[in-house]
Design a protein around this ligand. Structure first.
Ligand SMILES: [Zn+2]
Length: 95
């Protein structure tokens, strides 16, 4: 708008330029805030990571520690520390 006005009053050209730069700065900051918000939201919505935290033994239903998971023949397996049942952990879907 100020740029349009500068057509009639060249002295306002500088003001228009400053306002445009300021506007771009605000737009950039808003855009950056939006991006960081989106990434935070993404981190909070990790269904794969959440599911790994709650591995349950299909035999006795005990909650198992995902850090004890071992790769056997390419398949992630975990041994239940309660009943000794060793089972394959279904591969989590990659989002
Ligand atoms: Zn078990």
């Amino acid at each position: 708008m100020f740029l349009l006005a500068s057509v009639y009053a060249s002295s306002r050209l500088l003001v228009g330029a400053i306002l445009i730069v300021a506007g771009l700065g605000v737009a950039f900051l808003t855009w950056r805030a939006g991006v960081s918000q989106a990434s935070v939201k993404y981190e909070l919505q990790m269904p794969g990571g959440l599911k790994v935290d709650s591995i349950k033994c299909p035999n006795c239903g005990a909650g198992l520690d995902p850090s004890k998971m071992q790769l056997k023949q390419g398949a992630p397996t975990i041994k239940c520390s309660y009943c000794g049942n060793e089972f394959e952990v279904a591969e989590e879907p990659k989002w």
